[in-house]
Design a protein around this ligand. Structure first.
Ligand code: HAM
Length: 423
């Protein structure tokens, strides 16, 4: 009862500044690329994900947190963000606006997976969705946004891998070739993959079981089967990425774990954080909106795992500025000094400073220790002598220098000398 559920993590105050740092940076990158924030509900009707993400995916088959609500409808905690954005786009007829539409989000996601480093049951994603353009410029822009963001926050190791997984027109040929390749080994596949063999053999390429991994070595690659239109699109993507100066390698092994993808598939992968090295994954989904009952609106986007990103920043020792400490800490002795302290506290805060004071009063030494722990730039000392003289002592906590200041001038002096705010 006093433990967080398996696969979830508290984010405690001593780590939150790391989250805020990447959140602010992501917002800023999205602003530069013209993506607007969208917020959707934490849960959706279950059918949205079974239709959108795909009934034969691991996510839908065995990872969804689904439950019946009191009205008897099956709801699911979102396992990802794309289906929800597509649903909102349809529900609010946003396709009627001039296109394209560019959305960005930060969400918690829920998948019942076996927890390990970089894999949780509740995790968080940054994501973007670029809807209404079939031009490969959109794919390149989305990829460049992720690359820029990673570079901006000083993350170096992930390499970008791109692939084309074709469209409905060319996938049939690959599916037949894959079945023909796997048929002699079908009995050796894991139970899930035996099932996938009939339903959706491409999913087998994504199986994590070491036995299946071994069996698929040398399997036919989608990239060798793509139609002329998909091949042309892939060439155009590569050209656009080169023109934008985004480094990449082609990795024909990328299949992605969700069914809505067509053409472009990509991942940013790092070996610095263990087995779960995919920090960011995405691709094009030209049939999703139609699949959900809407008009034919193409789309492309990515999801970037925030926990994995922060693990990577730890592993790379990336520089995250520490949060600023308090500007002033008020040290007082006695009841009368407490009242004077509170009045100064109010004054300092109203001027935008972070000022702190604690009660009940500890020893003088104890209060200075606390000022140190809070990283206070200065301490204001109020004792009997100071009250009598209508003065405060201001101590610079870095140099140790002390001086007396008239009570009425104390707040302005602190603002000027210790806050970095100039007013
Ligand atoms: P995804 O590859 O399933 O794609 O997830 C994107 C990212 O979320 C992964 O690269 C990883 O960093 C993180 N992630 C996934 N599962 C976990 C987990 N259990 N624990 C921690 N982090 C995890 C999608 O979700 C698509 N909606 C991306 C997309 C957007 N495609 C087009 N638009």
């Amino acid at each position: 009862m006093t433990q967080a559920p398996k696969g979830t993590k508290d984010i405690l105050p001593d780590r939150v500044y790391r989250w805020t740092f990447v959140e602010n940076a992501f917002r800023e990158t999205c602003r530069r690329y013209g993506f607007s924030e969208i917020r959707t509900p934490v849960f959706e009707y279950t059918e949205l994900f079974s239709r959108g993400v795909g009934a034969s995916t691991d996510i839908v088959e065995k990872q969804m947190y689904s439950f019946n609500d009191y009205d008897g409808r099956s709801l699911t905690l979102r396992p990802e963000g794309t289906a929800s954005v597509a649903r909102a786009f349809l529900e609010h007829k946003l396709y009627a606006d001039p296109q394209p539409s560019k959305y960005a989000y930060e969400i918690s996601c829920f998948r019942h997976e076996r927890p390990q480093k970089g894999r949780q049951r509740e995790f968080h994603q940054f994501g973007v969705e670029y809807l209404g353009s079939s031009d490969m410029l959109a794919d390149a822009e989305v990829i460049a946004l992720a690359a820029d963001f990673l570079a901006d926050i000083g993350v170096k190791s992930p390499s970008l891998r791109v692939n084309s997984i074709g469209c409905t027109a060319c996938r049939g040929g690959h599916r037949d070739a894959l079945r023909a390749f796997l048929l002699p080994k079908k009995d050796e596949l894991c139970d899930t993959c035996k099932d996938r063999f009939d339903k959706n053999p491409m999913r087998i390429l994504d199986c994590k079981s070491p036995v299946c991994q071994e069996l698929i070595k040398g399997a036919p690659l989608m990239l060798d089967y793509i139609c002329d239109e998909c091949a042309e699109a892939f060439e155009s993507l590569k050209k656009n990425l080169n023109a934008l100066g985004v480094a990449f390698e082609v990795d024909a092994g990328i299949v992605r774990g969700l069914d809505y993808y067509t053409k472009t598939a990509f991942e940013f992968v790092s070996s610095a954080i263990g087995a779960q090295g995919a920090v960011c994954g995405g691709g094009r989904y030209d049939r999703l909106i139609e699949e959900l009952g809407g008009p034919a609106v193409p789309g492309v986007g990515f999801g970037l795992g925030i926990e994995r990103l922060l693990l990577l920043m730890d592993a790379e020792d990336a520089c995250i500025p520490l949060p600023a400490g308090a500007d002033a800490y008020i040290v007082f002795m006695g009841e009368e000094a407490r009242a004077a302290g509170l009045s100064l506290l109010k004054d300092l805060r109203s001027r935008g400073l972070r000022a702190e004071m604690d009660g009940p009063a500890h020893s003088l030494k104890g209060q200075f220790k606390r000022a140190d722990r809070l990283g206070a730039r200065c301490a204001v000392v109020i004792g009997e002598d100071e009250l009598r003289a209508k003065e405060f002592v201001i101590k610079d906590m870095v140099s140790g220098e002390q001086r007396r200041v008239g009570r009425a001038d104390a707040a302005s002096a602190i603002l000027r000398e210790f806050s970095g705010i100039h007013g």
